[in-house]
Design a protein around this ligand. Structure first.
Ligand code: ADP
Ligand code: ZN
Ligand code: ZN
Length: 743
C-alpha cells in the first residue's frame, strides 16, 4: 500500500500544508508526483481536486483515519502538474525537501503594499522632440542624460523611470528639468508595463547570413516534423547567435507556443533587453533578481494568463508557468551562474532539458566556449551540435599575440604593462579607438597583512581575511563583522601593517601615468557597489566617454563595443593556479571571451595575452581560438582524474556551531556511505574550504562515481538515516551534486 501527500492550494505560503491519503491499489500505477487527483475532503467528504506532491510506503498518520484518493484526473496537463513534477525532479537529483523544491518553482504571492511605478513619456510630438534634440546637441557641454532620454523617447512611447535612471543613467535632475519645461510627462502607474515600441521605430533590419540561416532552418525543420531535441550552438564570439535564437523564437511563437530565454544576470543589460523588445514588443517580459517577490509573482501571473509569450531572465525564469511551452534557450550556457548556490542546488541546463521533456519543448544551448558537460554530450550525440564558424558580418577574429612576462622581467620591465602592449595602446589612443584591459583576478584583494611577520588578519567568526575599507575600518565580507583598522601588528608589534591595493587599482594608476590624457574607467567589485554600477560604467564606455576600460572578468562577458580594437589581458595566469579542477576551463573561457571583445566593428582587432606560462594549454588554445584543441586536452585530464563530466561528484556538507559535533556527524555519515555502497570513492571528511563561517563549523565529504543514480541513492540513504537519527540534532546536512565551487 502507498500513501500520498496532497496539496489542495497551490500558493507559495500554503505549500507546507499537505494532507495524507491512501493510494488505492487499482490507482497505484497512475499516481505520481504532480498528478492531479480528486479526493474526499472535510466532514462532508466534499469532492475537491488536489495535487500529489509526495509518495511513501509508510503512513505518517493513523491509517484508520486516512481516506482513499477517489480518482485520478486522467488528461490533466495543468501547468501546476508540470511544476510539481519539476520540483520532484529537483528534490531527487539535487537533494532537498519537497517543500524547498516546491518553493523554488512556485513564486511568492504578491504583497499587499504595492509600490507605484513612475513612467516617462513625451509631452510633445515626435517632430517637436526631434527639434528639441537637435537644439540640445548644438549646445557645448549639453547634458548627456537629456540627450539619452530624448533619443530613447524617439524610439519608445513609454519608458520606465528605473530604466531611465539606472540603465540609461539619466540623472533625475535632467528628467525633472525636461518635465518642468513641458517636454516630457512623468506619471505614476500601478503595475509594471513593458516599454512600448513606437510603430515607426527603426528596427535594425538583419538578414541572416548563410551559416545562421542553415542553423535556424535545421532547428525549425525538426520542430515542424515533431522532433524535439536539445541543440548546442557553438558559435565563435560575434557570430550572431542571438539572431538565430530570435528566428527560431518567432517560428515557435507563430505556432502559438511560448518561449523562455535564460541569460546570465550580468548580461541582462539594457542593450540585450532592447534587442528582444524591439523584435517581439509586448509579448516579452523580463525577470531579474532585483525585482521584489511581488513583481516576480506579477510576471509569472502574466505568463500564466497568456498576456506574454516570451520570458527573458536568469536561472529562475526557467520556472515561468507557460502552459504551452515550445522552446527554452540558454545563452552563454557555460556560465557558472546557471548552477544554483542555494538548496536545491540545481543546474539550469539539466533542469531545462527535463522541463522540455515534460512539455514537449525544444532546447537550444549557445556558447562560444561550451562547458565540457554540454560539449561531451554533443560529441556523444545526446545533444545536436551546430557550429557557427565565422563572425556575423564576416569580420576577422582578432589577431592574438602572446607576451612572455619572464622575458619582459629579464629586460628589466617590472610594470604590469609590457612594451608591446604599451606600444599598441599608444597607437590606438592616437586613432581614437578604444581599449579594454582585463585583469583575471578575484578574491584576496585589499586584505590586511603584516610585512614584517606575514600575519594576515582574519575575522574572529569566519575562516576568511578581513578587508580594509576607506572609512578606516576592517570588514568581513561574509558576516559583516567590522572593527577599527589596526596601526600595529597584533602579532609582532611592527607598524608595517597594511593592505595591498587591488590589482585593477594599481593598473589604473599605471595607465594614467603612461598616458596622462587618456580617459580611464575602472570596473571591479569596488566601483560597482551600487545596484546598477556595472551598467552605468558599461554604458558610459559604450558612449565613448572613456578610452580605456579596466576591469575584472565582469567586463568580458558578452558585451558588444564596436570601437574596441585592442584587448590586453594583463595577467593570464592567476586563474590557472586555483586549486579547483575547473581552472583550466575557466581560464580558457575568460581568455577566449576577452579576445572576442576586440575587432567586432569595422576595424580589425588585436588581443595581447601577457603570461608567465606561455606554453600552458589553456593559454595556447585560447590564443589560437582553438576550442576543439582545448576540449581534447581538458577532457583527457578530467577522465584521468575522474572529474565531471567523466564522473560525478556528490558533495556533502555537515555544519554545526559545535565543532566536535560537526566532526563526529561527518564521520558517522562517511561510515554510513561505506556501508551502503562500498564501491564508491569517498574523499574526506575534511574541513570545508571555508572551515568556519559566522561561528558555524563546516566539514565536507566528497563521493565520486561514474553513475549519477548511484550518488542519488547515497543521498537518499543519508536522508532516511537523518530522519531516524536521534543524536546530533544540532547539525545540518546538505548536498551539492557536481559542485561548481569548492565546498
Ligand atoms: P554573439 O551572441 O554570437 O556574440 P550577437 O548575436 O550578439 O553575437 O551578434 C553580434 C553583432 O552582430 C550584433 O550587433 C548583431 O546585431 C550583429 N549581427 C548578427 N547577425 C547579423 C547579420 N546577419 N547581419 C548583420 N548584423 C548581424
Ligand atoms: Zn607582524
Ligand atoms: Zn566573518
Amino acid at each position: 500500500m502507498k500513501y500520498a501527500d496532497i496539496i489542495i492550494d497551490i500558493s507559495h505560503e500554503r505549500l507546507d500544508k499537505t494532507f495524507e491519503y491512501i493510494v488505492p491499489d487499482e490507482l497505484e500505477n497512475q499516481v505520481a508526483e504532480g498528478v492531479q487527483v480528486v479526493i474526499p475532503f472535510g466532514q462532508g467528504n466534499r469532492a475537491i481536486t488536489g495535487y500529489v506532491v509526495g509518495l511513501h510506503d509508510k503512513p505518517e498518520f493513523d491509517v484508520t483515519r486516512l481516506k482513499p484518493i477517489a480518482r485520478v484526473m486522467r488528461d490533466s496537463i495543468a501547468i501546476e502538474s508540470q511544476l510539481i513534477s519539476l520540483a520532484a525532479f529537483l528534490k531527487r537529483n539535487y537533494g532537498s525537501t519537497m517543500n524547498q523544491a516546491l518553493k523554488t518553482v512556485i513564486p511568492i504571492k504578491k504583497k499587499e503594499n504595492e509600490k507605484l511605478k513612475k513612467e516617462i513619456s513625451l509631452n510633445i510630438s515626435l517632430e517637436q522632440a526631434k527639434i528639441e534634440l537637435t537644439e540640445l546637441l548644438t549646445k557645448k557641454n549639453h547634458a548627456v542624460g537629456k540627450e539619452r532620454l530624448l533619443k530613447e523617447l524617439l524610439d519608445v512611447d513609454v519608458l520606465d523611470w528605473e530604466l531611465a535612471t539606472k540603465k540609461l543613467q539619466v540623472p533625475s535632475g535632467n528628467i525633472r528639468d525636461l518635465e518642468k519645461r513641458g517636454i516630457i510627462r512623468v506619471e505614476s502607474v500601478r503595475t509594471f508595463r513593458n516599454p512600448h515600441m513606437n510603430k515607426d521605430a527603426v528596427r535594425k533590419n538583419i538578414v541572416l547570413n548563410d551559416e545562421q540561416e542553415a542553423a535556424a532552418e535545421r532547428i525549425k525543420a525538426d520542430i515542424d516534423t515533431g522532433r524535439r531535441k536539445t541543440y548546442l550552438i557553438h558559435g565563435v564570439t560575434g557570430s550572431g547567435k542571438t539572431e538565430v535564437y530570435m528566428d527560431v523564437m518567432e517560428h515557435v511563437i507563430n505556432m502559438g507556443q511560448q518561449v523562455i530565454v535564460l541569460i546570465p544576470e550580468i548580461a541582462l543589460t539594457y542593450q540585450t533587453v532592447m534587442r528582444f523588445y524591439s523584435r517581439f514588443g509586448d509579448k516579452v517580459s523580463i525577470l531579474n533578481s532585483r525585482m521584489s517577490p511581488g513583481e516576480r509573482f506579477d510576471q509569472f501571473e502574466r505568463a500564466k494568463s497568456g498576456d506574454i509569450s516570451i520570458m527573458v531572465g536568469p536561472r529562475s525564469a526557467l520556472f515561468t508557468p507557460f502552459a504551452n511551452l515550445g522552446l527554452i534557450i540558454i545563452d552563454e550556457e557555460h556560465e557558472p551562474s546557471y548552477k544554483s548556490e542555494v538548496i536545491p542546488r540545481y543546474h539550469a541546463r539539466e533542469t531545462a532539458v527535463y522541463r522540455a521533456q515534460l512539455s514537449g519543448a525544444t532546447v537550444i544551448l549557445g556558447s562560444a566556449t561550451p562547458s565540457l558537460e554540454a560539449y561531451s554530450r554533443a560529441q556523444s550525440g545526446e545533444y545536436e551540435l551546430i557550429t557557427l564558424n565565422s563572425r556575423a558580418m564576416g569580420q576577422d577574429m582578432a589577431t592574438v599575440e602572446i607576451v612572455d612576462l619572464r622575458q619582459e622581467l629579464k629586460q628589466g620591465n617590472r610594470s604590469m604593462l609590457s612594451h608591446r602592449l604599451l606600444e599598441l595602446m599608444a597607437d590606438r589612443l592616437s586613432k581614437k579607438q578604444q581599449i579594454m584591459l582585463f585583469l583575471n583576478r578575484r578574491g584576496l584583494m585589499g586584505f590586511v597583512s603584516c610585512r614584517a611577520c606575514g600575519k594576515v588578519l582574519k575575522c574572529p567568526h569566519c575562516d576568511v581575511v578581513l578587508h580594509l575599507h576607506k572609512d578606516g575600518t576592517m570588514k568581513c565580507h561574509y558576516c559583516g563583522f567590522t572593527t577599527r583598522a589596526v596601526k600595529t601588528c597584533p602579532s609582532c608589534g611592527s607598524k608595517y601593517i597594511g593592505s595591498f591595493k587591488a590589482g585593477t587599482q594599481r593598473l589604473e594608476e599605471m595607465v594614467k601615468e603612461a598616458f596622462p590624457s587618456a580617459r580611464v574607467l575602472r570596473m571591479d567589485a569596488d566601483t560597482t557597489k551600487g545596484k546598477d554600477g556595472h551598467e552605468e560604467i558599461l554604458s558610459a564606455f559604450a558612449a565613448h566617454e572613456a578610452d580605456v576600460l579596466i576591469g575584472t572578468q565582469m567586463i568580458v562577458k558578452g558585451h558588444d563595443f564596436a570601437n574596441v580594437t585592442l584587448v590586453g589581458i594583463v595577467a593570464a595566469d592567476i586563474s590557472l593556479n586555483e586549486s579547483d579542477y575547473h581552472s583550466g576551463e575557466r581560464t580558457f573561457q575568460l581568455l577566449t571571451q576577452a579576445v572576442g571583445r576586440a575587432g567586432r566593428g569595422s576595424e580589425p582587432g588585436i588581443a595581447v595575452i601577457q603570461t608567465y606560462q606561455p606554453e600552458n594549454y589553456a593559454v595556447v588554445t585560447s590564443a589560437a581560438q582553438d576550442y576543439s584543441g582545448f576540449y581534447q586536452q581538458e577532457i583527457a585530464y578530467r577522465g584521468l582524474l575522474g572529474y565531471p563530466p567523466c564522473s560525478h561528484i556528490l558533495g556533502i556538507q555537515v555544519s554545526s556551531e559545535n565543532e566536535r559535533d560537526a566532526v563526529a556527524q561527518a564521520d558517522i555519515l562517511a561510515g554510513l556511505i561505506r556501508k551502503v555502497d562500498p564501491q564508491v570513492i569517498i574523499m574526506g571528511p575534511q574541513d570545508a574550504y571555508i572551515g568556519k563561517l559566522k561561528d558555524v563549523f563546516r566539514r565536507v565529504i566528497y563521493v565520486k562515481d561514474q553513475d549519477y543514480d548511484r550518488l542519488v541513492k547515497i543521498k537518499d540513504s543519508i536522508d532516511s538515516f537523518l530522519l531516524e537519527q536521534k543524536q546530533y540534532r544540532n547539525t545540518t546536512t546538505w548536498f551539492d551534486f557536481d559542485p561548481i565551487n569548492t565546498l
